[in-house]
Ligand binder design. Sequence first.
Ligand SMILES: Cc1cc2nc3c(=O)[nH]c(=O)nc-3n(C[C@H](O)[C@H](O)[C@H](O)COP(=O)(O)OP(=O)(O)OC[C@H]3O[C@@H](n4cnc5c(N)ncnc54)[C@H](O)[C@@H]3O)c2cc1C
Length: 292
Amino acid sequence: MRRFELATPDSVEACLKTLAQRGADAKLLAGGTDLLPQLKNHLLKPAYVVDLSGVAELRVLDGDAKRGFRIGASVSAREIELHAGLRAACPGFSESGALVGSIQVRNLATVGGNMCNAAPSADMAPPLVALEAEAVIAGPKGRRKVPMADFFTGVRKTVLGPDELLIEFVIPARPARSGGSYMRHTPRRELDIAVVGVASEITLNNGVCGKARIALASVAPTPVRAAAAEQALEGQPLTPQAIERAAELAVQAARPIDDQRGSIDFRRHLVKVLTRRTLTVALERAGRSGGS
Ligand SMILES: Cc1cc2nc3c(=O)[nH]c(=O)nc-3n(C[C@H](O)[C@H](O)[C@H](O)COP(=O)(O)OP(=O)(O)OC[C@H]3O[C@@H](n4cnc5c(N)ncnc54)[C@H](O)[C@@H]3O)c2cc1C
């Protein structure tokens, strides 16, 4: 690994100052589970590494179903897996945290790192897109909010500039009768990345689907919304036939590649199966979540 200077800022302001001075020569370090292998394999050779572990604001995890949640960029996958309020209000998001790597990886891996590394297979991305979360980003000109649906711009690319820092995610309040689910397929049970991942979020309204959001991972350069499937569900009773039709329509949003981990046809098939399964679980959870 190439030698680098380590900066250890203790505030967002100090971190932004370092980024302003070092620019593209600097790389931010959260849990390091993506960054360290990239440094060791010489894929990145930064002259400066900025350790975020001393920035308390990035570790906030606050909220509930009624207020929504603020989730700091440095909150770990393990915290997302175990936080009782999140598990109750946003079970699909908790499920995605629980699927990242092993316990050892999850204790280090952060949600911010998962998003900023921007792998098409990032597990925590589809639930954040389906929950209509926003990313709060700080830079030299102040703070801005970006919907997670617009955060990713390509494979390992995001809207973040080299002088910007991801602060947190804001998940809006969950209406009563809402439910969600995240599932993925991996060839191996442990320590593998998603060949396809699907997050579904629905809200029931007077016995029909008031709102549906479906986001897919690993089938395009960035996470994608299955818009045609969502539209087919909204305003309709969520019968098994309606769910099956939505699962078929979700395939339209997928632009998968053929590789050693799965063919295009296999990935399309998985989109259909996992959309049907996540919608079925989301419906069951929405039915149990109280309210009208
Ligand atoms: C064995 C193993 C198994 C894994 N399994 C999975 C899996 O099942 N699913 C999955 O999705 N991922 C998996 N990963 C990938 C990785 O663990 C996750 O992507 C993790 O969430 C990355 O978070 P981190 O804190 O370690 O990020 P880091 O490695 O610290 O950083 C990743 C990138 O994000 C940038 N960054 C971090 N924080 C910020 C911030 N606040 N603002 C701006 N940029 C920032 C860094 O500069 C870097 O470019 C696995 C990794 C390993 C090593």
